[in-house]
Design a protein around this ligand. Sequence first.
Ligand code: 7TS
Length: 404
Amino acid sequence: MYDVNRVREDFPILTRQIYGRPLVYLDNGATTQKPRQVVEAMVDEYYNVNANVHRGVHFLSQQATELHEASRETVRRFINARSTAEIVFTRGTTESINLLAFSLGEAMVKEGDEVVVSAMEHHSNIVPWQMMCERKGAQLRVIPMTDEGELQLEALEGLLTKRTRIVCCTQVSNVLGTVNPVKEVVRIAHEKGVPVLVDGAQSVPHMPVDVQDLDCEFFAFSGHKVYGPTGVGVLYGKEEWLDKLPPYQGGGEMIKNVTFEKTTYNELPYKFEAGTPDYVATHALAKALDYVSGLGMEKIETHEQELTRYALERLQAIEGMHIFGAAQQRDAVISFQVGNIHHLDMGTLLDRLGIAVRTGHHCAEPLMRRLGIEGTVRASFGLYNTKSEVDALAEGIERVRRMF
Ligand code: 7TS
């Protein structure tokens, strides 16, 4: 069985009091808290191992390199990539997508070409593509969604043309909680020979992910949203696709030979990893993935699904409650508004009760426009949240509602 109270003991921050009340942390979509196992791995590496990777003959450098490369193998196993050559370490989802947009743009996008994104993307899966389109004279096309917050896949088929260079789609919406049928998106895109990037920032922390099963060409996620450290993330790419792309940044690590006349590039994945990587963070990310694997991704998913069902029930019972998104498949994110109480007021007053939620447009302004709103209050759950925390949220919202 999943013992959430036992799990909570691994997260020291959860015992904090905020304004004299126990912290109720419901902003996991923005970032997750870190278990001891992750923080201690970082402290231990800085105290006992620290040395730059891939360049020393000395003992510490070799040990740091072994930890760093073992972490790549942990990531490979976690998302079931074929090879560690397909695992590129980046600073996070945002950098992963910028890397891909730049390199793919350089290699294969010409004037008049098209890039398809969905209506519910985070800015980091819109703006890098827009920037590339501007540079190349290409066009952005958008997969529409229903009022329930589900992608209209029939429309996707019509959007794909001979000029489509890539389809970019989030697996889970950070606003609506919609779990998109990305496997189906990939199948439809592949019928026209178009590669797919899946943004896994909001899926990797909540469900088992298998990139070979999804069959997507590219997959991006962030360490800090899956109980790992900040400043590290991953771009997965099928080897034959990464091979075709030029480097994103130049510098150390990414070269084979350099002369003033010509530089040849390193093999995968190092071709995309210029400069000293955050090798302490990669090691800690592996510890975080070991941690969630140890608990079991299926068990985490079941726990969070149950919590989300319970939260939907409790929140829907509140007078004036409007919940955005009603997808059949949904994840541990609930965006809402109560009557005409401004989301910022709701967030601020909940904070006074020790409840951390997010307010605003959640870096998805086009989605806000589609919904005809400026922002929402968002509660997003993690593996350590409990039903009594959901009760605290529901009672808190009720209290704020009565105040207005
Ligand atoms: N993609 C999705 C779907 C996201 O939710 C986020 C961050 C990103 C990409 C960017 O991740 P980063 O680690 O590179 O910043 N989403 C949120 C959020 O919902 N609240 O704060 C950050």
